[in-house]
Design a protein around this ligand. Structure first.
Ligand code: GDP
Ligand code: IMO
Ligand code: MG
Length: 420
């Protein structure tokens, strides 16, 4: 068998959590492969909304194994909060969740370094979620990191102290006040929580599962425009959010990747700093934010909103090898007479259809206008009931990208989904 991948094609928050939850019944195993608690993946059923940060979005289904892969970074404090709230819902988490030995740990001092680095950047800050993601991946590639497997070794405390001292030395560079000790008790309690789960060599496990004919779904975090290599650098996250990240973040070969489901919102949002060509700094942007409840699932920050950007979407499809598109949140556009779609960027008087080296060079987006459908679509359950204007909107995306939109999500709930 091959592993299928669900990932975001924009700047994150495309609705990946909901889509993974909807697709989970078709799979035996759900895995996260990169990112960490900077992610906030929402899913909704029985009138309750759940937000997951480190745990895969298949966790609420009865029969699936959920694996946190080697490419993920784990904050034990956030992990414990998450497991505690999931236990309260009666989910037998210990039987269903496995963690890679090679996943890296976010230390309290990583979080502090993240905050100190952002404070030092002032106006040029990334707008990080301040979860310690950047410093943890820096220690991973700098070959200094602590991994889940280390917590089972007798010298774990020494390794921890060694890395902490290194961070304290680094923090001297910054004029930043902090207190590591007050966070350490909770952190070590989180480590004890991690110890309760099956710690695995996920590369062997996932490959064996595939060889045994099990269906594996890999759940991406963030989005392609936040990818460390291909996103709007430096305003990006610190991991490969693209389909290739599923290979390195799980230990599976490219030839073992099957479907790549690219999730995109019917418009665009971005949270944090950095260029955003179709951003609407006006009443329309506010309407999208309020109607779409565009506030961060992890930080609560208001998300910046704008029209759908086909230049970015085509680029993301290319980089990821997307085989099927999934469109979310078209219901949010229901009140608009006219909906715009960006098909090119004006840069120094010329129209570009590719992403420029520096997205900040874009002077203005080039738009086409589409007629809105002007009707509530959130209750639609049959594809034959989709208004013709919305079908035209979907077909425009398919024509521009050459990829079919096979699933349309029209609300946050599990049931609000249409397979085309
Ligand atoms: P993720 O990070 O990609 O999993 O996305 P988030 O959970 O951060 O943000 C998506 C938000 O939109 C969440 O509040 C979801 O409950 C909600 N959502 C997902 N799909 C839809 C949809 O089709 N329509 C509407 N109105 N909301 C949706
Ligand atoms: P999900 O998985 C949206 C953004 C931050 C910031 C930049 C770097 O829910 O889609 P980091 O904390 O990684 O150093 O922040 O990336 N960011 C996200 N934006 N959704 C996310 O995850 C994000 N994870 C990080 O806002 O601009
Ligand atoms: Mg999110």
């Amino acid at each position: 068998m091959k592993a299928d991948v669900v990932l975001g094609l924009q700047w994150g928050d495309e609705g990946k959590g909901k889509i993974v939850d909807v697709l989970t019944p078709n799979y035996d195993v759900i895995t996260r492969f990169q990112g960490g608690p900077n992610a906030g993946h929402s899913l909704e059923f029985n009138e309750i909304k759940h937000v997951l940060h480190s745990i895969p979005s298949g966790i609420f289904h009865a029969n699936q194994i959920n694996i946190i892969g080697n490419g993920v970074v784990i904050d034990p404090v956030i992990f414990k909060k998450e497991t505690t709230s999931i236990y309260k819902l009666g989910v037998p988490l210990q039987n269903k969740l496995q963690i890679s030995r090679k996943a890296h740990l976010i230390l309290p001092s990583h979080r502090i370094l993240d905050a100190a680095s952002e404070a030092a950047k002032g106006l040029t800050k990334i707008g990080s979620t301040l979860k310690g993601i950047g410093p943890t991946y820096m220690d991973k590639t700098g070959r200094n990191g602590l991994r889940v497997g280390d917590i089972l070794q007798s010298d774990f405390k020494e390794k921890y102290n060694h890395l902490k001292q290194k961070h304290i030395a680094l923090l001297r560079m910054y004029n930043f006040s902090y207190n590591i000790e007050e966070q350490e008790k909770e952190w070590f309690e989180g480590i004890d929580e991690i110890r309760k789960y099956t710690i695995i060599d996920s590369e062997y496990e996932v490959n064996h599962l595939l060889s045994d004919g099990k269906r594996v779904l890999a759940e991406g975090a963030q989005g392609t425009m936040l990818d460390i290599d291909f996103g709007s650098y430096p305003f990006v996250t610190s991991s490969n959010t693209i389909s290739a990240g599923a290979c390195t973040g799980l230990g599976i070969a490219p030839s073992r990747i099957g479907e790549v489901f690219g999730v995109f919102k019917a418009y665009c949002t971005r949270v944090g700093s950095g260029p955003f060509p179709t951003e609407l700094d006006d009443e329309t942007g506010n309407t999208l934010r309020e109607k779409g409840h565009e506030y961060g699932a992890t930080t609560g920050r208001p998300r910046r909103c704008g029209w759908l950007d086909m230049v970015a979407l085509r680029y993301s499809i290319l980089i990821n090898g997307v085989t099927q598109l999934i469109m979310t949140k078209a219901d949010v556009l229901s009140d608009f007479d006219i909906i715009k779609i960006c098909t090119g960027y004006k840069v120094q008087g010329r129209i570009m259809e590719q992403i420029p080296y520096d997205l900040q060079e874009v002077d203005s987006p080039e738009y086409v206008e589409m007629k809105g459908w002007k009707r509530d679509v959130s209750e639609i359950t049959e594809k034959s009931d989709i208004p013709s204007e919305l079908i035209r909107y979907i077909e425009f995306v398919e024509k521009e990208t050459g990829i079919p939109v096979t699933i349309v999500s029209l609300g946050p709930d599990r049931r609000q989904i249409i397979f085309r």
